[in-house]
Design a binder for this molecule. Structure first.
Ligand code: MUC
Ligand code: MG
Length: 382
């Protein structure tokens, strides 16, 4: 039938656990493994779409975990979407928002898979579906978070030598502010003019600590502080933004366009960390970008430490945005000990190449997925 509508037939959500290359020490937890949810949608014409939802450190980073993401998809999102028009992403997203409040990471994983499916069916990349790329490559920062200053300096040297990264984000907030400033100062002095230094506090500071931290960090040449205070403390965030030269970036506070509007309305931050998962999908993330651009807020392409799949999806969208004043941190797959894409993303010359090809432009290595899936069945020979 020429005009038969392609429908959403089946939505599968798989939790995979992949060890990290080293312990990733954050203010709230230390990650030894990254867990993500891979989503595969099968459509009635035989086509497929892939998406990914990730968070960081179980429930220590934010209100969703991979377990809650899988539950929301299996129990609420899949039944609501099965049978809907595969190409009607706006309708499916509206339906999903009606069926599931909050849970942006779960919604994002499914929405990404719908865009991937549409791209594969039409032969267009997700970047093309979002207006076309304006970049072939994007700059990629690296996070130094071994928990030890000298180990971090050695790691930074290796990244500079390999021309893999020159912008470094340091995870702080676990130790006292004074110790943290000394740690950042040591790394900043070692890196010198070869790169830039930023920090992510992951909400750990009170306003008083943050004031002391902002003053100290700007004096040693650190260029940005990410989410210094709790995501509930918008007034505190604004007072830091207004009070210091160092750029203040919003991360955890941005759970989609409505939060972006709230932060932009009072100009409570200088920069948005745009995260596809945290925003609720590619389209809402593009709305967050639009709000920032309209408000004169700078942009940074953020990650939830997705594997190559979710990272590639975000790269497709980020490639359509003219200016990322603070670059991106699309290094997720490089923090993982093993690659689950059939062909890894290309990292060189301090940047990542935007994948070519329809949809998100990547495919999974099915053997790796079988190996790392949490519910894998191991067959033992008798
Ligand atoms: C975060 O809070 O931004 C992003 C990079 C990284 O190392 O951790 C994440 C989480
Ligand atoms: Mg952050």
């Amino acid at each position: 039938k020429a005009n038969a509508v392609t429908k959403i037939d089946r939505i599968e959500a798989i939790i995979v656990d992949v060890p990290t290359v080293r312990g990733h020490v954050l203010s709230m937890t230390t990650m030894l493994t990254q867990s993500v949810v891979l989503v595969r949608i099968r459509f009635s014409d035989g086509s497929e779409g892939l998406g990914e939802g990730a968070s960081i450190g179980g429930l220590s980073y934010g209100p969703e975990s991979v377990e809650s993401v899988k539950l929301a998809i299996d129990t609420y999102i899949a039944p609501a979407l099965i049978g809907m028009d595969a190409d009607g992403i706006a309708a499916a997203s509206a339906h999903m928002e009606k069926a599931v409040k909050g849970n942006p990471i779960a919604r994002a994983a499914v929405e990404c898979a719908l865009w991937d499916g549409l791209g594969r069916r039409t032969g267009l990349s997700v970047a093309q579906l979002f207006g076309g790329r304006v970049h072939d490559r994007l700059p990629v920062a690296w996070t130094l978070a071994s928990g030890n200053s000298q180990t971090d300096i050695d790691e930074a040297e290796r990244m500079l030598d390999a021309r893999r990264h020159r912008d470094f984000k340091l995870k702080i907030g676990k130790r006292g502010v004074k110790q943290d400033i000394a740690h950042v100062a040591a790394i900043a002095a070692a890196v010198g003019d070869r790169g830039t230094i930023r920090v992510d506090v992951n909400q750990a500071w009170s306003l008083t600590e943050a004031r002391y931290g902002a003053r100290g960090l700007q004096e040693i040449g650190c260029i940005l502080i990410e989410q210094p205070v709790s995501r509930d403390k918008l007034t505190a965030l604004k007072s830091l933004t207004d009070g210091y030269e160092i750029a203040i970036m919003a991360d955890e506070v941005l759970q989609g366009p409505a939060d972006a509007m709230r932060v932009a309305a009072n100009r409570s931050a200088d920069v948005f960390a745009v995260k596809v998962c945290q925003s609720g999908g590619l389209k809402p993330a593009s709305d967050v970008v639009a709000i920032a651009r309209a408000a004169g807020i700078d942009l940074y392409g953020g990650t939830m430490l997705e594997s190559g799949l979710g990272t590639a999806a975000a790269i497709q969208l980020f490639a359509t945005v003219p200016e990322w004043q603070f670059g991106t941190e699309m290094f997720g797959p490089l923090l993982l000990k093993d690659e689950i894409l059939a062909t890894p993303l290309e990292y060189k010359d301090f940047s990542v190449t935007v994948p070519q090809g329809p949809g998100i432009g990547v495919s999974l290595d099915d053997d790796k997925v079988s190996f790392y899936r949490r519910d894998r069945t191991v067959t033992v020979k008798a």
